[in-house]
Write a protein that binds this ligand. Structure first.
Ligand code: UDP
Length: 236
């Protein structure tokens, strides 16, 4: 399928219409933002890494029973996906303390939890994506009770599958953000991306950061970290 008109341009991706209204083409950019868009930059090659890694992981999840929007990788930056209506919730799963969790609760990074945590934020740029719980999400009619239950169930399944997979590559899956969408028949599927932009990856031996925290915190070696994650997944 071919790209038609640009439907939407986000911080890291463009979305194009296709000749079929049930499908769109996502095109990954090298643009990077952090801290609610206050920090901006470019990470050379990031779009390629995120596209390829996300597609690989979506297919791994599909094989393990998680429905996703993935259809077909078109080239290094572009992917055909099912068109969904995004549920305006960012779903964050954590296995190890880091980032805003460590900051909010005044603990150091690196505490391994007995059980993963889940939290939601309301995807709304004007409100700066405020945290909310599932009752708030229901009150705001962001999703139905059944949808929220399904999203939680799928998010924990994704965590079980990906945690084990990344550990086999010598990588700790610290935390990550997921987004879900509704197909035209109402089915909830995993959407958006799973990449070093949306996950925290730490080397299992050294705890070296292999994700967007290198950009957020000006740690240097940003491109190398993305390349290293591509290498771990594809061996190239
Ligand atoms: N995350 C994301 N997009 C966001 C906020 C968070 O992809 O808008 C990811 C982030 O990369 C990390 C996880 O969600 O893997 C948890 O992020 P956290 O809440 O700690 O926020 P941060 O410290 O990144 O602001």
């Amino acid at each position: 399928m071919e790209k038609k008109e640009l439907l939407y341009e986000g911080k890291a991706k463009k979305v194009f219409a296709t000749e079929d209204e049930n499908y769109v083409i996502v095109s990954y950019k090298d643009d990077a933002t952090a801290f609610d868009g206050l920090k901006k930059g470019t990470i050379l090659g990031k779009g390629v890494v995120n596209n390829r890694m996300s597609n690989y992981l979506m297919q791994l999840l599909e094989k393990n029973g998680v429905p996703t929007h993935f259809v077909e990788e078109i080239d290094y930056r572009d992917t055909l996906v099912k068109k969904v209506e995004i549920v305006p919730l960012e779903v964050i799963i954590r296995n190890i303390s880091a980032g805003s969790f460590a900051k909010h609760y005044g603990v150091e990074e690196g505490i391994v939890f007995d059980e993963p945590t889940i939290e939601f934020s309301y995807k709304n740029d004007d409100l700066h994506d405020p945290l909310l719980n599932s009752y708030h999400a229901l009150a705001l009619k962001l999703a139905t009770k059944e949808e929220i239950a399904r999203i939680k169930e799928l998010a924990f399944s994704v965590n079980r599958i990906l945690k084990e997979y990344f550990l086999s590559l010598g990588v700790k899956l610290v935390d990550f953000k997921l987004e879900f969408g509704r197909l035209s028949d109402g089915t909830i599927v995993l959407a958006d991306e799973i990449s070093p932009d949306t996950c925290r990856f730490w080397d299992a031996k050294t705890n070296e950061k292999l994700d967007k925290d290198r950009f957020r915190r000006d740690l240097g070696g940003v491109e190398d970290a993305y390349r290293e994650m591509l290498h771990r997944v594809f061996g190239e």
